[in-house]
Design a protein around this ligand. Structure first.
Ligand SMILES: C[S@@+](CC[C@H](N)C(=O)[O-])C[C@H]1O[C@@H](n2cnc3c(N)ncnc32)[C@H](O)[C@@H]1O
Length: 210
């Protein structure tokens, strides 16, 4: 039985709930688990399907409470460098004060819109994790081919992305078809339906230079 210990209002994400489930502290919104619950296991499933080198540079779009950060270290070791982008300063504060997720010399947190960031960024990444939700919905701009073209431009050759595409397969399946058509020459796409009995994950690998 979940026990809500705290609610925190956020203009980007509505009412955030810090909840205890079976002895684990998790972050929820009104209709979704954001961090440290089923969401963490769903991303872990995807990361286990991807190999990266020990000193990889990994970009996380959508920090939330930061549950993917320990999962990254568990899967790939502590030598990776991580940059995380999060639009909501309230969530960044929650990640720090409720879950001890803070920047250090190899882990940088940037408070910015992911679309603005990806358009202005000049770095290249071995892996980009795309986990962008407002409550239980992926904002429409992150389903657009133009967003994935920008993602492709930020990937090193053979670089990969892991996209948590959400729960609504009626929306997601046509989106994946559109991406497969648009990015056929640059990205190889594989989909994993019903991960954690709810979400679709998309794994992309850059097959050639833009
Ligand atoms: C499911 S949570 C991320 C969970 C996180 N990856 C983890 O492992 O705990 C989704 C996050 O996407 C963020 N988000 C939504 N729209 C965004 C945008 N336009 N730019 C950056 N972050 C955004 C939300 O504020 C929220 O924190």
């Amino acid at each position: 039985m979940p026990i809500v210990s705290k609610t925190i209002p956020s203009k980007h994400n509505g009412l955030l709930e810090i909840t205890w489930v079976n002895g684990t502290k998790v972050l929820d919104t009104a209709n979704a688990n954001y961090s440290y619950g089923s969401l963490q296991r769903i991303l872990q499933y995807g990361l286990k399907k991807i190999n990266v080198k020990p000193d990889a540079h990994i970009l996380v779009l959508g920090l939330g409470g930061g549950s993917v950060i320990p999962t990254i270290y568990q899967c790939y070791g502590k030598r990776v460098a991580i940059t995380a982008v999060e639009i909501d300063e309230v969530i960044i504060d929650v990640a720090a004060h409720e879950f001890a997720i803070t920047s250090n010399s190899s882990f940088q947190i940037i408070c910015e819109d992911a679309l603005t960031f990806i358009d202005r960024d000049k770095n290249f990444y071995d892996l980009i994790i795309i986990d962008l939700f407002v409550d239980d919905q992926v904002p429409q701009q992150f389903y657009e081919a133009s967003f994935f073209e920008a993602i492709s431009q930020r990937l090193l050759p053979k670089g990969k992305f892991l996209f948590n595409a959400g729960m609504n397969t009626q929306i997601i399946v046509p989106v994946i078809k559109k991406l497969q058509m648009h990015l056929a020459n640059q990205i190889q796409i594989e989909k994993h339906l019903n991960v954690g009995r709810s979400n679709t994950l998309v794994i992309g690998e850059k097959i050639k230079e833009d």
